[in-house]
Design a protein around this ligand. Structure first.
Ligand SMILES: Nc1ncnc2c1ncn2[C@@H]1O[C@H](COP(=O)(O)OP(=O)(O)OP(=O)(O)O)[C@@H](O)[C@H]1O
Length: 572
């Protein structure tokens, strides 16, 4: 299905408002043409009366002038109201539709997209698509219908006049805008590419300002921005020149039409088929016929951008989610033993394997640490358990395959605190309540105490109402991580997976955190992912070692500590 059809289908629910705006716009436009033509006739008649040449019926044309003027002004006002209402509804629908499509894609099917860049590009694309109705299709439809009305009126008076007017209208209303958009398609693509590159550069400049300043790379960065801006402006200027040429040619067409009308009109006057006011009406009609065509060059210069935006949006929306919920999820088992057999997983479809035939058992109530070097695959395992990425091999929870269970059911059993948890631009309370919307303040304070944030909270003048900022920017890394741990504790899930919870914490706080977590999670399973071994004995009973995506050893925590000491002694 081509992109226009799909776009129209998406706009279908707003069909009524769109048609109403079209009708009103057509009314305003034809009333404008009528006003010009009747005014010409009326003024010429009045001049003749003034010269004493004739007596005329004053009332009918005066009433028509008033009627057309009212219809033109009122129609234009109502059309704007209705058109913008339709556009805003289309915008809301497009945004909602796209958001609904994107949610199941993140993160696996959007692996190659950067969050901020994706967001700003989609925003720009949706804004461009929003213009498709009001900025392109509506003026085109109005111009076509108005031209048809003028041709019918002209044909009623003289077939020749209509025949001569038609090619001029076709040239100005169809060929000119089409030619303009075709000859500037490369410029439109260039503007689009440069805008995308500039958006990415701006996102980098804002996020990486400190690095750019620190390493003295600001000038090079600024030069790149300037080059992109200059390139885009050059393409814009070429398009503007094309637009100016098209406008001039349109005005020339209108002038030629006027000359044709005068020529035919004068000939008709000689044969006494037309009087002076009739000639003025004809001339004004010919000129006014081109008025609805004036927005067309600009409207059609938008076509390439609209097409590119639609194709990008549909390409993204058509992507299949990589992790699919089963059509009929199996009922959640009571048991919570977790078994992984020969599990392979990677982040991108053709990327490197992060887990390579991993085997791991976490029977109910076990507290296990997963340790390994950076890049060994620890976080990948947490992401797999959170059902964010597909896998090969067998993963069972309570004896049922993980991919047979509903994703929400799995998440209710498995609470996962990621290595870089996301915090929302909201208060501490709201960030916690995302996990348990009904939790009261006492419950929140209790889990914050378990996460060793009670002292921190006491020092905050606004307590739970403290604003954490976008992605917890107002908190330290360690505070943000502990807030995420507190949030996970609210779920009361039988299996808790903690990815590097001690990152950014001093040894004393780490020890206190592990101790309170040990009490809080008694009877539940814990998978502690870490590369910092200090203090883990307070929380876990066993340690599994991961290397290059496989478990290579598993020991009691005491056995592991003894072996590590021996290895260090041997190395020394
Ligand atoms: N989003 C991603 N896209 C592509 N590859 C990834 C992604 N995340 C991790 N990887 C790759 O997967 C492999 C395992 O990474 P993972 O983050 O699981 O390691 P880790 O043991 O948790 O390391 P660290 O202790 O440094 O966090 C690495 O080779 C890494 O480069």
């Amino acid at each position: 299905m081509n992109w226009q059809r799909r776009l129209f289908e998406l706009m279908q629910p707003q069909r009524g408002r769109m048609l109403a705006a079209l009708g009103l716009s057509l009314l305003a436009s034809t009333a404008g043409i009528g006003l010009m033509a009747v005014s010409g006739h009326f003024i010429a008649s009045m001049a003749l009366v003034g010269a004493g040449a004739a007596a005329i019926n004053y009332y009918t044309p005066a009433a028509l002038v008033r009627l057309f003027a009212i219809l033109r002004t009122g129609g234009r006002y109502a059309e704007r109201l209705c058109g913008h209402d339709a556009t805003l509804s289309i915008l809301a629908r497009l945004r909602g539709w796209l958001f609904g499509r994107l949610i199941p894609l993140a993160p696996a099917a959007l692996a190659e997209q950067r969050g901020a860049q994706l967001l700003s590009r989609l925003r720009a694309d949706i804004d461009t698509l929003e213009q498709s109705y009001l900025g392109l299709w509506l003026p085109s439809a109005v111009a076509a219908c108005s031209a048809l009305v003028v041709l019918v009126v002209a044909a009623c008076w003289s077939g020749w006049f209509a025949l001569l007017l038609m090619p001029l209208l076709l040239f100005a209303g169809a060929w000119l805008p089409w030619r303009l958009q075709a000859s500037h398609a490369d410029d439109a693509a260039q503007i689009d590419r440069d805008a995308e590159a500039l958006r990415a550069a701006w996102a980098d400049a804002l996020a990486g300002r400190a690095e750019l300043t620190m390493w003295g790379a600001e000038d090079a960065f600024d030069a790149r921005m300037e080059q992109l801006t200059a390139q885009r402006e050059a393409a814009r200027a070429r398009t503007q020149r094309g637009l100016a040429r098209a406008d001039a040619m349109l005005a020339a067409c209108s002038g030629i039409a006027l000359s044709v009308a005068l020529l035919i009109g004068v000939l008709a006057m000689q044969q006494r088929h037309l009087d002076g006011p009739g000639l003025a009406l004809l001339a004004m009609l010919a000129m006014a016929a081109f008025e609805p065509l004036l927005p067309l060059p600009l409207a059609w210069s938008r076509l390439a951008a609209i097409k590119a935006a639609a194709q990008r949006v549909f390409e993204l929306a058509d992507r299949a989610p990589v992790v699919l919920d089963p059509a009929t999820p199996v009922a959640m088992p009571q048991a919570t033993d977790l078994h992984l057999r020969e599990v392979w997983m990677r982040h991108a479809q053709h990327g490197e394997w992060a887990l390579r035939g991993l085997n791991l058992d976490l029977t109910a109530g076990t507290h296990l640490a997963l340790v390994g070097a950076s890049g060994a695959g620890k976080s990948s395992l947490a992401q797999l358990l959170g059902r964010l990425y597909p896998y090969q091999g067998s993963v069972t929870l309570g004896g049922t395959a993980l991919d047979q269970l509903g994703a929400d059911d799995v998440r209710a059993r498995l609470a996962i605190v990621e290595q870089a948890p996301y915090l929302f631009d909201a208060s501490l309370r709201d960030n916690l309540r995302i996990a348990a919307p009904d939790a009261d303040d006492a419950t929140l304070l209790r889990v914050l105490a378990v996460a060793q944030l009670d002292e921190f909270l006491r020092e905050l003048p606004n307590g739970l109402d403290t604003w954490v900022g976008a992605n917890g920017v107002n908190l330290s890394g360690g505070e943000a991580r502990r807030l995420a741990i507190a949030r996970a504790l609210l779920v009361d899930a039988p299996v808790l997976v903690l990815d590097e919870p001690s990152e950014g914490l001093d040894a004393l706080t780490t020890a206190a955190l592990y101790k309170s977590l040990a009490v809080e999670t008694r009877g539940r399973s814990v998978l502690l992912i870490t590369h910092r071994l200090g203090g883990i004995a307070a929380l876990v009973d066993e340690v599994a070692v991961i290397e290059q995506g496989r478990i290579v050893a598993r020991r009691t925590v005491e056995g592991f500590a003894a072996q590590t000491t021996d290895s260090l002694r041997d190395a020394g």
